[in-house]
Design a protein around this ligand. Structure first.
Ligand code: GLU
Length: 381
């Protein structure tokens, strides 16, 4: 029996105690007309009911830009200058939180606004600060409502979209389920808006390259993520050992139905057991500022023998990084196969690459460590 047949959907979903719910712009807004209060009230009632079953919820909410654009009398975001989008986000975010305050307040639930940038999660100290705050909010029964801090995030330092952000929040919050609310029922074999014969996929056991290619880019005029970013997020979250469900957030009753064990949406099964938060952080959140190209012997030692990376295995250093930063490990074909925290800076590595550990002190005038990346700081991708 394969994994897809063997899994028990009901228990997989119902045992989840801490859930991240990502709500896309297209779910919250009525086609470019600002926030849809009725739908948001419905969602708050459903989320509140799920919490009433003893679950904790963290919300990752889009909708700031869409709400702000509507207030400013503007329509699409495509081709719009970044400062205008950022201004729209600033206008929309306060309205968004005001709405969340009211709709959850009517269920006697408290909310908190958390705005994050990519840097907040790639920097270990800031990541841990965000983590502590989030855990404290949950301890106090508050629903953290997270969005990207759009007013300060420029393209190079953006999460990309809130699907990706929600995947990272699973790790920050230590959640055991990610529910992505979209304006579509889930994953199809092709885009159902274009291909009438597209078949719905209720369960994904393994994300294939074809699936990644097949899932289209952004579709709606208000959100930024398309199905591809959701599939990529499911892949990263799955490697953390956490299941992901894509559900149509526009359908009333979808959330309770999901937790009652009904076959709602597309369920992505986790890849294996839960991995360590720090390892997952190294693999997907710590920004790679550079890389080291490793020879076949070195690659073998890391991948097959679970060893640390020594200077002898390094043939080239790419980019510039400081000691302690996260770097990519590439094979000689340029494929990234691992990521880890380098104990030496790129400048030092350039001088000791290819050498034996006994030669490090002679070249650098000091030897801080034998290894370049300790196996505990290394993740094979
Ligand atoms: N942060 C954006 C907003 O609140 C949304 C990004 C996204 O939809 O992925 O409007």
């Amino acid at each position: 029996m394969n994994k897809a047949q063997a899994y028990d959907r009901k228990s997989l979903i119902s045992k989840a105690r801490r859930i991240v719910i990502k709500i896309g712009s297209a779910v919250l807004t009525g086609n470019g007309e600002g926030l849809d209060q009725k739908r948001m009230e419905q969602l708050a009632a459903e989320v509140s009911a799920v919490m009433g079953q003893g679950r904790e919820v963290v919300i990752v909410s889009s909708g700031a830009i869409a709400a702000g654009l509507a207030k400013l009398g503007l329509k699409k975001t495509k081709g719009m200058p970044l400062p205008l989008k950022q201004a729209a986000a600033a206008v929309g975010q306060s309205g968004l939180m005001w709405m969340y305050e009211r709709i959850f307040g009517s269920h006697h639930r408290k909310v908190a606004q958390v705005l994050l940038t990519r840097e907040d999660l790639s920097n270990r100290t800031r990541f841990l600060n965000a983590r502590n705050t989030l855990h404290t909010l949950l301890e106090y029964g508050v629903i953290p409502i997270i969005n990207e801090n759009d007013t300060v995030a420029v393209d190079e330092i953006k999460f990309g979209d809130n699907d990706n952000l929600s995947g990272m929040v699973v790790n920050v919050a230590d959640a055991d389920l990610l529910v992505i609310l979209s304006d579509i029922d889930g994953l199809y074999t092709a885009d159902p808006r274009v291909h009438s014969d597209a078949a719905f996929i209720p369960v994904v056991e393994k994300i294939t390259a074809e699936m990644e290619r097949g899932a289209g880019d952004a579709q709606s005029t208000v959100g930024t993520g398309g199905m591809r970013s959701k599939v990529m997020t499911a892949k990263k979250v799955g490697s953390y050992g956490v299941p992901v469900v894509i559900v149509n957030g526009r359908k009333p009753g979808a959330i309770p139905s999901l937790f009652e064990g009904h076959a709602v949406g597309t369920l992505f099964l986790p890849k294996g057991d839960r991995t360590h938060s720090r390892q997952h952080w190294i693999a997907y959140m710590a920004c790679s500022t550079g890389g080291v190209v490793v020879d076949d012997g070195g690659r073998d030692a890391l991948v097959q023998k679970n060893k640390s990376l020594l200077p002898g295995g390094i043939v080239r250093v790419e980019g510039s990084f400081k000691a302690g930063e996260c770097v990519n490990c590439l094979d000689q074909k340029g494929q990234v196969f691992a990521r880890g925290l380098s104990k030496y800076s790129s400048a030092d590595l350039d001088r000791i690459k290819g050498l034996k550990t006994s030669q490090i002190a002679g070249v650098l005038g000091r030897k801080d460590y034998d290894e370049v990346i300790h196996k505990d700081d290394l993740v094979i991708l």
